[in-house]
Ligand binder design. Structure first.
Ligand SMILES: CC(C)(COP(=O)(O)OP(=O)(O)OC[C@H]1O[C@@H](n2cnc3c(N)ncnc32)[C@H](O)[C@@H]1OP(=O)(O)O)[C@@H](O)C(=O)NCCC(=O)NCCS
Length: 158
């Protein structure tokens, strides 16, 4: 069966059933994401299964910056000499267990990169803090590059 999905900004969606297999990411979506969004500390984007409206995944986006010195020299050689580089940060990203193995994680990453790239604000790269080595390899698989000096933080140049 081929399903269709849409991405929606978190609103009054029922996310009490969301289970990605990582308790901390489930709890964040259920209890914290709404508050962070109201305070404008992050925006939470939901992947909605159009067949029944259930939440298949989510990611959060936050404005941020990284130290120029933390990026690889091969990249910083081409960049202006400001001490910091503007980035957008994917704080959290998860796909519900029932939807694993359908490339929806990659779809969410692509959506995040497109969304940031389309915003009329200066952002050099999308950055993510991977929660473990498995997550690091997931992001590397999708074209993200590790920082030289900061472990488990990866970036994607827009
Ligand atoms: C990690 C996660 C987002 C992957 O989502 P998914 O939609 O199930 O991913 P898929 O299994 O469909 O894989 C999509 C692609 O990524 C690759 N991939 C998936 N997990 C990977 C990993 N850990 N390392 C390397 N590649 C990986 C797959 O091989 C596949 O590659 P292909 O498109 O070339 O065939 C999902 O398993 C998840 O939400 N896990 C719990 C939360 C979590 O760990 N989040 C990590 C971010 S902090």
């Amino acid at each position: 069966v081929s399903r269709t999905y849409r991405v929606e900004r978190l609103a009054k969606h029922d996310r009490s059933q969301f289970d990605c297999g990582v308790p901390e990411l489930n709890i964040y979506l259920r209890k914290q994401a709404g508050q962070d969004q109201r305070r404008r500390f992050s925006v939470c984007h939901l992947l909605i299964d159009a067949t029944d409206g259930s939440v298949a995944g989510y990611y959060t986006l936050t404005a941020g910056s990284v130290l120029l010195a933390d990026l690889p020299q091969a990249i910083t050689r081409k960049l202006p000499r400001y001490p910091t580089v503007p980035v957008a940060r994917i704080g959290r990203l998860a796909v519900a267990i029932a939807y694993h193995g359908q490339k929806l994680g990659g779809l969410l990453l692509y959506d995040a990169v497109q969304r940031v790239s389309a915003a009329n604000i200066g952002v050099y790269a999308v950055v993510v803090d991977a929660k473990d080595d498995n997550a690091v390899s997931f992001y590397e698989h999708h074209g993200f590059t590790r920082f030289e000096s900061v472990s488990r933080t990866l970036f994607f140049e827009l």
